[in-house]
Design a protein around this ligand. Structure first.
Ligand code: HEM
Ligand code: HEM
Length: 243
């Protein structure tokens, strides 16, 4: 691309987190739906095939990976570069104005997108904040159900408080099931958002979550809505920087 810079934006821990998280959510959702309504009914004795046992096993192993991945991402929030510090400032009026600006832009029929700077814009940050909140909810409710067999065990003590709070394990299970549907909805909106921005801003957004690099033309655009910090990003000025 003529006259454009290549910026290193997403460090490898963010990219690994991203794709591990995407994989975990897909597996958790698919196995969770099966646990909730076991559509496969193989012939013969249950102990011969043990389908539900395996599906639950995969759900729980993936749940541990999912939790570890998020803990790692929280650590990288502090250890990583400025683009890893992905916070939606919901208390700021400017942040909400920027969310409105980007939402209108994504819904408009015109193809251009005003995404001038690398990094998460405020709408993306808001979406990520919602995903984080839903992930915490699923981990707490999931581990409280998992710890039900041994309420005095570590999991029972750490997460079991949701059961008396909700009025019984079946209510927790109900909410765990209900909030599971938030994830596919979120993914559809997220993929729409990144594809629209990729097509409209032509900065290689999608491939940036694989390579870490992003195209940026000229000096950026200070003060435009959605520019996370309101200024062109420092510390990302060259293919070798930021690692
Ligand atoms: C289950 C599916 C997915 C989930 C749960 C997910 C989740 C996320 C999260 C949490 C972030 C923030 C990353 C961070 O700062 O740590 C993010 C960013 C991003 N994701 Fe995904 N993602 C999914 C699928 C995809 C797919 C299929 C693509 C490509 C088409 C994609 C492209 C991107 C890009 C380009 C960004 C950075 C731009 C932005 O701020 O939104 N994601 N995603
Ligand atoms: C994206 C995250 C997750 C999704 C989408 C998800 C989805 C689901 C769904 C749909 C069910 C079926 C509920 C029903 O019986 O009607 C389920 C069950 C369950 N999930 Fe999750 N889950 C997630 C994360 C977790 C986590 C982190 C844990 C922690 C261990 C967990 C543990 C459980 C347990 C114990 C059950 C009940 C299994 C049973 O009744 O035999 N889940 N999950």
């Amino acid at each position: 691309m003529n006259g454009s810079q290549i910026l290193y934006v997403w460090e490898w821990p963010v990219r690994i987190f991203h794709w591990v998280n995407a994989l975990c959510i897909t597996v958790l959702f698919a196995t969770g739906l099966y646990i909730g309504s076991p559509v496969l009914r193989p012939a013969g004795e249950a102990y011969e095939t043990f389908v539900m046992g395996w599906v639950r096993y995969v759900h729980f192993v993936t749940a541990y990976v999912f939790l570890a991945n998020w803990i790692f991402r929280v650590y990288w929030f502090f250890a990583g570069n400025e683009h890893a510090k992905n916070v939606f400032r919901f208390w700021s009026r400017d942040a909400w104005r920027s969310v409105g600006h980007h939402a209108r832009e994504l819904l408009a029929a015109r193809p251009e997108i005003d995404q001038e700077l690398p990094g998460h814009d405020q709408l993306a940050r808001m979406m990520h904040g919602l995903l984080f909140t839903a992930a915490v909810f699923m981990v707490v409710t999931g581990f409280s159900l998992y710890g039900e067999v041994n309420p005095q065990g570590v999991l029972g003590r750490l997460a079991g408080w949701t059961i008396p709070l909700a009025g019984g394990p079946r209510t927790v299970q109900y909410w765990h099931h209900l909030i599971a549907w938030f994830f596919p909805l979120w993914v559809v909106l997220h993929v729409y958002q990144v594809v629209r921005i990729d097509v409209g801003a032509r900065r290689g957004l999608i491939s940036s979550m694989i390579s870490g690099y992003y195209f940026c033309q000229g000096g950026g655009a200070q003060g435009r809505p959605g520019a996370g910090s309101g200024s062109p990003r420092a510390g990302a000025a060259g293919p070798s920087s930021g690692r």
